[in-house]
Design a protein around this ligand. Structure first.
Ligand SMILES: NC(=O)c1ccc[n+]([C@@H]2O[C@H](COP(=O)([O-])OP(=O)(O)OC[C@H]3O[C@@H](n4cnc5c(N)ncnc54)[C@H](O)[C@@H]3O)[C@@H](O)[C@H]2O)c1
Ligand SMILES: *[C@@H]1O[C@H](CO)[C@@H](O)[C@H](O)[C@H]1NC(C)=O
Ligand SMILES: *[C@@H]1O[C@H](CO)[C@@H](O)[C@H](O)[C@H]1NC(C)=O
Ligand SMILES: *[C@@H]1O[C@H](CO)[C@@H](O)[C@H](O)[C@H]1NC(C)=O
Ligand SMILES: *[C@@H]1O[C@H](CO)[C@@H](O)[C@H](O)[C@H]1NC(C)=O
Length: 334
């Protein structure tokens, strides 16, 4: 087996982790030939449940899973890790104000950012999933100044997959026939799923998705709102938030970040905005299209033509993120 990887999953006793851990341990993300040390962090009240998950992982008898560590200790969890998948977060409780939720999550991601700084490998790659994912990601990278900002991303792949699937079923083609979908901005109902640059393989030939769909009213209306509100629709139906699809999207995101995107294809992820792409504000974490080289270096896809319609959508979600950042900054250590 090739050299191993040490991978941390937080929120490891939660429902996304329950769908995610098997895929990581089984080699579906980093390849079958990588041995994996899986580190699972949750909070003390979940320690017992976590033990059950460890037993189940052992019972899977997976050849690529070298070691499993379950812990409620942040230092133990973050020590020498290669990858951190930060799923655990404070959920919104009934009657909780937005500000209180932000404060509770800022506390978690300050602590975890500081732990990355102190204990993780400097080459660590960090994916933030726990909501508010973009702002939690910004907080974590701010608290880990010795790790390059480019090593932090947040998940918008679930939104991308949702958008891709909407276009595919509209065209009656398989899901993998649609590519280069873009999600701009926050992982929230102001995100902008942008099909203008996507392509679809229809009847053996590749076409621009907008030209293939031939229905601008749908693309600028129901398509966007369906993707934006999909998370809520799943909760309304299941009484629980998306977990299987979120876990699948995490695998897609991490696999692409590790192995790279293929050819001319790109994918969307929330990255640190340094103020030099598409006129977006500096110092927020914002989802953009990127091409990724094997090993993880990524570049923003440049030069896409942005319509006035797209511009206003991109700015609205940026504005939301700026406001959230400014509110969160009150909770950061000085
Ligand atoms: N970005 C996305 O696309 C996306 C998609 C789906 C869900 N989410 C978010 O992912 C998060 C997890 O969702 P879930 O359905 O698995 O929730 P869940 O409640 O089932 O599990 C969360 C787990 O995190 C743990 N946790 C809380 N604080 C922690 C801390 N400080 N350290 C370690 N663990 C901690 C909890 O104890 C719990 O076991 C939520 O914030 C959810 O909103 C994001
Ligand atoms: C992460 O950090 C290391 C340096 O510590 C660097 O080599 C690597 O390319 C960085 N970037 C990404 C995107 O992983
Ligand atoms: C895309 O995949 C989903 C299941 O993953 C399926 O329900 C849907 O029909 C697929 N779309 C098409 C057009 O095949
Ligand atoms: C950004 O998205 C997250 C995740 O959905 C959400 O919790 C947060 O409230 C959004 N930000 C704003 C300012 O609405
Ligand atoms: C932002 O990052 C890009 C590389 O992604 C770099 O080319 C550019 O110079 C950076 N801009 C600033 C203002 O740092």
């Amino acid at each position: 087996m090739a050299d191993g990887l040490k991978v941390l999953v937080t929120g490891a006793a939660g429902q996304i982790a329950y769908s995610l851990l098997y895929s990581i341990a089984n080699g579906d993300v980093f390849g079958k030939d990588k041995s994996i040390t899986l580190v699972m962090l949750d909070i003390a009240p979940m320690a017992e449940a976590l033990k059950g998950v460890v037993m189940e992982l052992q019972d899977c008898a997976l050849p690529s899973l070298k070691n499993v560590i379950s812990t409620t200790d942040v230092k133990e969890a973050f020590t020498d890790i290669d990858f951190a998948i930060l799923v655990g977060a404070m959920p919104r409780r009934q009657g909780m104000e937005r500000k209180d939720l932000l404060k509770a999550n800022a506390k978690i991601f300050v602590e975890q950012g500081q732990a990355l700084e102190k204990y993780a490998k400097k080459t660590v790659k960090v994916l933030v999933v726990g909501n508010p994912a973009n702002t939690n990601c910004l907080i974590a990278l701010t608290c880990a100044p010795s790790i390059p900002k480019t090593n932090f991303t947040c998940l918008t792949r679930l939104d991308q997959n949702r958008a891709q699937s909407q276009i595919a079923s509209r065209l009656g083609v398989s899901n993998d026939s649609v590519s280069n979908m873009i999600i701009w901005g926050n992982h929230s109902s102001t995100q902008f799923p942008d099909a203008a640059h996507a392509s679809a393989v229809v009847g053996g030939s590749t076409a621009n998705a907008v030209e293939a769909v031939k229905d601008d009213a749908w693309l600028n209306g129901d398509f966007i709102s369906t993707v934006q509100k999909r998370g809520g629709a799943v909760i309304a139906a299941r009484k629980l938030s998306s977990a299987m699809s979120a876990a699948k999207a995490i695998c897609d995101h991490v696999r692409d970040w590790y192995f790279g995107t293929k050819g001319d294809k790109w994918t969307s992820m929330g990255i640190y905005s340094n103020g030099s792409h598409y006129g977006l504000p500096e110092n927020i974490v914002y989802s953009v299209p990127v091409r990724i080289a094997p090993g993880g270096e990524y570049t923003v896809v440049e030069g896409l033509k942005i319509s006035d319609f797209a511009r206003s959508k991109m700015d609205a979600t940026a504005q939301e993120l700026l406001e959230e950042r400014n509110a969160a900054w009150d909770f950061l250590p000085t």
